[in-house]
Design a protein around this ligand. Structure first.
Ligand SMILES: [Zn+2]
Length: 675
């Protein structure tokens, strides 16, 4: 079995390196305590509790004891009175209990995956030992068929796979598999991988087009992309075939989910992207995280199988999402009803759902689209989501999390307006449904893998992060050392060395935000350059050393949305390089909606230091205006002269909001034409 990448990556980036250190030192230990219900005043997880209960059930089952059958109707099961019941308190009780959401297993798997990316480059015996102990536990629990989903193992094993639509066995399988491959890649230990393969083999037998096989597919997608990853790791074609079956069977008539639930046709199936066959889906619909994961699996299939038709479908879906349904922060899934996409250009700022996991899913998808075709538009979106809609999901200290990432918040609205009850003005310590925190950990832990991709004799640098990548071009070792001061300064340079000569091409992405591109190459001998689809390609013919300076520039600029976006009409958002900025009450006072600026004022921006973030962090002060509230009634003749007070607007990066005092926040601010 081959490792996915043999490259050695050493991340030294000031910005992302700090985040990765945070993941290792703070976030992973914190999340382990959360999974063990040890965070005071936080929503309990029950995740590890459930696994321990499953061991108890399995031991009983192995002794031939009867296991009482429990109802599997619930999507979330809580102990009586919602009280926390640590596993050891239930040991004496007859019946084992599964608590939390049906997909609670996946939080452990995401945590293991995150640990894998850390121990890939740094030794951490404590983290690795914890994973090994959990793998031993999983080995005890997996059934003789190869099935591993704790909800059904505890509650009613014979009912497994009876509710693919609402329950998440295949989703949990997906996360188990992603963790297993990552842990194997990082450590060479294959025990977890073998468990994932056992489960996958069982699924290959159980699901498929054959008579006697189940013709279903996942209610919450993920297994598709996970099976592709397992195929890439093991070379076993049956895993890719099952991924393909799940994708192509989705939405075909007769609709599996309708039959499973004895419901009439056309019952809200677009929520699951199962209303029509995926090859006919031209518009992103339904639950946003599910959609992102489905599109990832489809993109993997398109690439791996050179499937042009599927490639065309994912391109169209990409255009739909990124030109009609994506926030300026890279967040997707605007409505809280169904955590879903609504319709084109519907991007409300204050009621935005914009789940952290959906932005993470968009990063996964963008990375895959880049490998399908190297066009910088995919990397631009990946960068936008990463620096903004993803990073806003975690506090600067790594112990508080947002599930929902609005672009406008007024704390009183969160408390008093039922329509905004999903919006929070403070990050939470944990969630009963905690999909986002460990998803953040696994993405931020694995970030260096998203900074580049390779194919044949070309290395594409998609995101700029300081560090070194040792890879192979034309069978010769090449080291690529990037120096980047992003996101605070546009300075980027790349040094390429190859003792046996560099034969091949290095492609540097030209970011959409860069207002300059004045490239220079420092190297002896012949080389060729060209610009194509937003990348600057430099081809070498055996040099041992070269330095590339792309000459990017960035300055704060106001962006406006397409006029079709009602919610942002007449407004503007400050952007500098990859970062979107916002105003917070702490720096600007109450009533952020009364603050406006001339679009040109961005050129008069003054940099400020933001020590609450770190010593490099940059904010901006921009001259603007404040509208004083009238002291006459509610409605005033518009012809009456308005009073405007000149003020200085203080902008901070959006991702860093809600790390100080609670207050208003706003990304889109009023636009005022020059008087
Ligand atoms: Zn989530």
């Amino acid at each position: 079995m081959g490792k996915q990448t043999k490259d050695r990556i050493n991340l030294t980036d000031a910005f992302w390196g700090e985040k990765r250190t945070l993941i290792r030192e703070k976030v992973l230990p914190y999340q382990w305590r959360a999974l063990n219900d040890q965070i005071p005043d936080a929503d309990p997880s029950y995740c590890i509790h459930n696994f321990k209960e499953a061991v108890r059930v399995t031991e009983k089952r192995n002794r031939g004891e009867e296991i009482p059958v429990q109802s599997v109707r619930d999507f979330v099961s809580l102990p009586e009175g919602n009280a926390l019941l640590p596993a050891d308190e239930t040991e004496g009780s007859e019946e084992a209990h599964f608590y939390g959401f049906v997909f609670q297993d996946s939080d452990l798997y995401k945590w293991i995956e995150a640990v894998s990316y850390i121990v890939e480059t740094e030794q951490d015996e404590t983290l690795e030992r914890t994973v090994d102990e959990m793998v031993d536990l999983l080995e005890k629990v997996i059934t003789k068929e190869g099935y591993l989903d704790i909800f059904y193992i505890i509650k009613d094993y014979d009912s497994r796979f009876t509710n693919l639509r609402d329950h998440h066995e295949l989703y949990c399988f997906g996360h188990l598999t992603e963790a297993a491959v990552a842990y194997y890649d990082a450590t060479g230990k294959d025990k977890l991988l073998k468990l994932a393969m056992q489960f996958a083999d069982y699924l290959c037998e159980y699901f498929g087009p054959g008579e006697g096989q189940c013709h279903g597919y996942p209610g919450h997608e993920l297994a598709e992309m996970a099976l592709m990853r397992l195929y890439q790791c093991t070379g076993r074609k049956q895993y890719m075939e099952l991924a393909r079956y799940f994708v192509l069977q989705r939405g075909c008539a007769p609709k599996y989910f309708n039959r499973e639930h004895g419901e009439p046709e056309e019952n809200n199936l677009d929520y699951y992207q199962a209303d029509k066959p995926v090859m006919k889906q031209k518009e992103a619909v339904g639950h946003a995280v599910r959609a992102m994961y489905l599109y990832c699996g489809m993109t993997d299939l398109a690439r791996e199988r050179c499937d042009r038709e599927m490639g065309q479908v994912v391109r169209e879906l990409w255009e739909d999402v990124t030109t009609k349904k994506m926030y300026i922060t890279g967040a997707v899934g605007g409505t809280h009803i169904g955590e879903a996409f609504s319709y084109a250009y519907d991007l409300p700022a204050d009621s935005a759902y914009a789940e952290t996991c959906a932005a993470i899913g968009l990063v996964f998808w963008a990375h895959r689209m880049l490998q399908l075709e190297a066009d910088s538009k995919y990397a631009d979106v990946m960068e936008r989501a990463l620096y903004n809609g993803v990073l806003s999901g975690i506090s600067l200290d790594g112990t508080r999390f947002f599930y929902v990432n609005p672009l406008e918040v007024d704390p009183i609205a969160c408390r008093r307006d039922q329509r905004l009850s999903h919006v929070k003005s403070r990050r939470a310590k944990w969630f009963g449904c905690a999909c986002c925190p460990p998803n953040l950990a696994r993405l931020l832990g694995s970030l260096p893998h998203y900074s580049y991709h390779t194919k044949e004799d070309t290395v594409w640098l998609d995101l700029y992060m300081s560090g070194e990548i040792d890879t192979v071009l034309h069978e010769k070792n090449v080291s690529i050392k990037t120096d980047s001061a992003l996101p605070w300064k546009a300075s980027v340079s790349v040094e390429v060395t190859g003792q046996d000569g560099i034969f091949g091409t290095i492609a540097l992405r030209i970011p959409e935000w860069s207002s300059a591109f004045t490239p220079t190459v420092i190297c002896e001998g012949k080389y060729e350059t060209r610009v194509e689809a937003g990348y600057w390609y430099v081809t070498f013919y055996g040099q041992t050393k070269a330095t590339l300076h792309p000459g990017f520039a960035m300055e704060p600029q106001f962006y406006r949305a397409n006029s079709r976006v009602r919610e942002s009409f007449g407004r503007q958002a400050l952007v500098c390089g990859p970062l979107v900025y916002c105003l917070e009450e702490q720096d600007n006072g109450k009533g952020l909606h009364t603050l406006v600026a001339e679009p040109e004022a961005a050129s008069r921006a003054r940099q400020t230091s933001l020590f609450f973030i770190n010593e490099d962090a940059v904010g901006y002060e921009i001259p603007g205006w404040r509208k004083e509230p009238e002291d006459t009634g509610l409605y005033i003749k518009a012809s009456r002269k308005e009073e405007w007070e000149p003020v200085t607007l203080h902008f901070i990066p959006y991702y860093a909001w809600a790390n100080r005092e609670e207050g208003e926040m706003r990304v889109w601010i009023g636009q005022r034409e020059r008087n």
